[in-house]
Design a protein around this ligand. Sequence first.
Ligand code: ADP
Length: 600
Amino acid sequence: MDREIAPAPLETSAQATWSDAASRDALQLIADGVTRVAGFGIAAISVVRGDPGYLEVMAVAGSDAAREELKGRHTPIEQLAQEIEKADDWGLLRFVPHERLEPGLGETWGWVPDVDPIDDAPDAWHPMDLLIAPLYDDSGRMRGTLAMDLPVDGRRPGEAQRAVLDAYAEQARQAVIVALERQALADQVRMAEAARRIVRKATAQLSLERIVADSREALIEGFRAAGMWLQTFDDVGGRGAIYSADGSVIELTPELVSIAETAARRAWEFQEASVVAPNVPFGEWLTDEQGEMILAYLGGIGIESILFTPLGAGPQCLGNLVLTRAFGAPDWSEAEATMALDIGHDLGRAILNARTFEREHQLVEELQELDAYKSQLIATVAHELKNPLTSVMGHLEMLESSPDLSGTTKGSLQVMDRGAKRMVRVIDDLLLLSKVGDPENRIIAAPVDLHRVVDDVIDLTMVAAQQKRLDLKIDVPDHAILALGDAEEIDRVCANLVSNAVKYTPADGSVSISVEVAGGEHPDQVVLTVADAGIGISQADLAHLGTEFFRSSNPAAVAQPGTGLGLAIVRRIVDRHHGRLEISSELGKGSTFRVFLPAA
Ligand code: ADP
């Protein structure tokens, strides 16, 4: 019978490797003490890991060969348990003399040095002897072992040596417990940190519902929680709802909602995430009565404890996050509370963003309503003015044609006639503006030949252009250039641009008009260009062009009659045709207006 050195290797552990150097050093010191002071050739300290439990060697003292052999080795706990059943009880130590080993049992446990017993005496150490201290925590759970071999004097230890070993076993016991606690803490921090990263990513979204949905799983896993709920102190979403691990929603009583709200505000003041659990004193922000009520409610839904975290930004508390653990789950650690508070800050900012977004959204809606109201008002007033004005004009016409008018009266009537005609133009522009700005009033698109449009507009503006001796350059191809849209509206675009070019170009200047297929990047568009060598537009004014009633600040432009509605109409018509208006201009040099429209 032989005890083999190498036990059957376990599957690779999913747990992180032991990374706490301070804990490792402490265990190493103890193992070294066992070899140097207690007189053993080799000592090893292992800790219990995993589920099902196995022993992982963490520190080895002794020969280099033994160290190489043992370090990092994994052994199922079960094997050790079988061996120590037969052991002598030496305080913390257990001794199994080789004579007690049954064939086939324990063959994979321990380390068998290649030596012979020193003599035939009953206390001679045998290479198959096993001396080990199982290390238990206060609740009686085995957490590790201290094992030794190769006594320097070749003898099984006597009373005095056992006492020394016992002291080392106690030290090892405490060191192993501390090391495992530190490891568990590090694991918790790592998991909670991973949760925080996911929550942070989720908070880039603007809807709180989405943020909660996307971070719920990470929070529950990272904090090993049974469930969670999130409450916000306004109607952005999530108020009073419990999002549990399986995604179902549990309603909180209004009383609990209000306790949680008050508690969260105080907890935010204290910058504290804290635990509500049986036998844990309630924080400063909860009365005993409230605490008991919460615990009773939680007990009723199978929850033993919660980690209560206020959410906020700056001085403002905006909600709370509650992570729950069922009965029998581990206690919440301080590291988890710290991490939860950090998450409270992340979620607080997200709530604030969601609110701002919501408010902006509302504002846009209000502005849109206001705009619709304004358009409606303009349309109504224009309509109401149009009818009496038509009648005024009819009567003016009648009066002007009566034979017995004095010269003064005739002159006055002509002035009135000009004024009334101008009013009609403004009213017509207002009515058109409201028509083309009304999303309900859709265009009925048909192919429109821009060639014909330009010809018609030239006919109308020819007289004005000639009066100023303008050089009108027309560049249109012989064939039709078809745009897709409303013929009347496209006519209006062209007329407004050409009449502006004529109006804002001093006498003897030039105006050019061209139409073509856009080509290049936009082969599916046609373009109408109206360019002039007129007064031009400053860069500052360019930014406002197309806004209703805007007229540029240039005195040369203000001197011309106008309302500031022409370009607003052009812009709206182009927009509703899904076209594009490009304006380039330089003060004193001239302007170019280019209208891109979908080709038919
Ligand atoms: P209106 O000509 O009735 O004032 P528009 O909306 O057609 O209104 O034009 C707005 C303003 O843009 C004009 O007041 C004028 O200052 C400027 N503008 C328009 N077209 C030209 C142009 N071709 N050259 C210089 N300025 C122009």
